[in-house]
Design a protein around this ligand. Sequence first.
Ligand code: GTR
Length: 417
Amino acid sequence: MKNKYSLLAYFSNIFLFLSLNMSAQTGESWQAPRETVEKLSKSGSEFNYYEEKVPAYTLPDVLANSSGQKITTSKEWTKIRRQEVLELFGENVFGRVPSTSYTKTFAVVNEDKNAMGGSATLKQVDITIQSEGKSLVIHLILFIPNNALKPVPAFLLINLGSRTIDPTRKEKNEWWPAEEIVARGYAAAAFSNSDVDPDNFDDFKNGIHGLLDRGVRPPNAWGTISAWAWGASRCMDYLETDKDINKKKVAVVGHSRGGKTALWAGAQDLRFSIVISNESGCGGAALARRRYGETVARINTAFPHWFCSNYKKYSDNENAMPVDMHMLLALIAPRALYVDCADEDLWGDPKGSYLSLYNALPVFQLLKASSGIPVTMPPLNKQVISGKVAFHIRDGAHNLLLKDWNWFMDFADQVWK
Ligand code: GTR
């Protein structure tokens, strides 16, 4: 009996394997793998992974201003609507940076012209922020290819404190493939989010909040993601001063919570020429109104420090949000935007992330930055590029891998050519 069942399971697995591979080969649009849906539904039953259970929703019109008038020219977008959307995200989602004054200094604390076996110059830069006798240091690590024509374009990774970005390169990983980035003629830069603000809830006493917040925090005060995004901009401040770096060609890259950060950094800071959001999910690229995988309520409970307090108003109340995440993506236009997802990472809602990108397109089109992408998702591991917009869904789990980086760099090759 047992054998009969295992034989059955064996053949059904072979069938599943063949059909999955065939669909990849025949170029079928990606769909959430049924077995992943079932598995996740069993383990986290209060969250939805079934496409058929996604509630009906209407997205706010990214191209209608606050009084409902249609935006029809690039000038109207840039002068009126872009500003409105930015304000809405500052007020309701990520929170606003306080206007406290501070000083900032850059110090190259280590330089090695013979790094990576001679192929790169390593610079370790301390970015010190001071305010009223307190200070904080962001440690920027930068590898500049020695054989490339200067100034070179750069990729700035918002590293998650728990991962290694080893300047000695004794410890290497796909997460930050600095050697591969350098080999393609790009500078590899990285800083850790924890330098700017530790990733825990302590009522905003530590990190940059402890330095720059004064008095009672209003409900629109910046959360931790906003603080990390601010940190990415301080790294950009340094990169702008480095003669080896082409300041017009800097990409900001982040994974997951770092991907949400990259989007908010890129939305506010027009100096980032490419914004790359790797599996950013809820509060990142994924449409909140779909309530697929992680929800606003869940993220606000599990990570009460990531967003501003106003965002809590939308826990289990997504339809009341004056924005959805397609509007965050639209803020990147007409600069370049890369959104990607992973096949097993349904928690981050790949389809909702793609639809978000799709619904941001009218702005990219208005600004002549893209001619459009199809409404249906591409097959697994198939990159889609249309002008300044790119997307892929990679096989495997929630992570940032060399495979992803190679696609990012292929896109950058086109955008920066
Ligand atoms: C998860 C969180 C996600 C995502 C992820 C990560 O626990 O629910 O929104 O940000 O962490 O950052 O790895």
